[in-house]
Design a protein around this ligand. Sequence first.
Ligand code: ASP
Length: 324
Amino acid sequence: MHRRNFLQLTALSSVVIGTGCMTDNREAKQNISAVIKPVVISTWDHGLPANAEAWKILGNNGSALDAVEAGVRITEADPKVDSVGYGGLPDRDGRVTLDAAIMDHNSRCGAVACLEHIMHPISVARLVMDKTPHWLLVGEGALQFALDNGFKKENLLTDQAKAAWEKWLEKKEYKPRINAENHDTIGMLALDNSGKLAGACTTSGLAYKMHGRVGDSPIVGGGLFVDGDVGAATATGLGESIVRIAAAHLIVELMRQRNSPEQACKLAVERLIQKNPNYKDIQVGFLAINLQGQTGAYALQKGFTYALHTPQGNQLMDAPYLVQ
Ligand code: ASP
């Protein structure tokens, strides 16, 4: 199905949902039947196989939380994706350091930052959420926690990523890619059959960053936010600009004010432009979902793609963008 058809479907549901106050049971039923679920949406084209994995759980009445964790693990383990997990480009010292966050319907959250040697940081983040009194563990402490809980220590620097880093060392120019086209952070949001939301976000962050740099992805409210009363949002792109507007939290709050997911993402891009005078040199992409299963995306510049899986199928979409 093409993007336009999806937009029509979304618009149709919003008309039904947007009829506002429910005056009788018949109208209440219409509202319920308008909910699209399950749904999973994720950033970039590597979202397609990740969505397919998440769908194995969602399609079997599984939970959104289990689905987003399983979904992004596919990207983390894929050596061809050079911005997430295994195969991620290293920092300037040649170290692959990973950031990840996970959040459930009740806004419970877990995250890790600057974690090395662990293939699945999202599962460590889930364990931080489920098994500790904390929400975020970083660096050595995060690694120790992972090892104590049975995760294996692995070399995540592939020959290809090492060769790219060695080439970078020749000039040592730090220029974050403004649009990584097919390879960037994976952020995933899902609504399950029981009407529960969850989100996950995982990345190796910006290539050739300073050692110890942490982006927006593991920062709750920055790269990911879920509020079961409203919806969920995730971000990709230059973390330093995304945190300036607490983007994911902002998008959820904009949806709380009755903006559609797409409109909320667009307003957040506008806010980001206001706060980042260098906006022409950067790229960000936002995704959002609400409790009706409506989804939306918006980017700063051309080139942001995302994968949307509804009961009608899984496909790649081009996000609308603001700067021509
Ligand atoms: N948002 C990520 C970071 O700043 C990178 C990206 O999505 O491109 O670490």
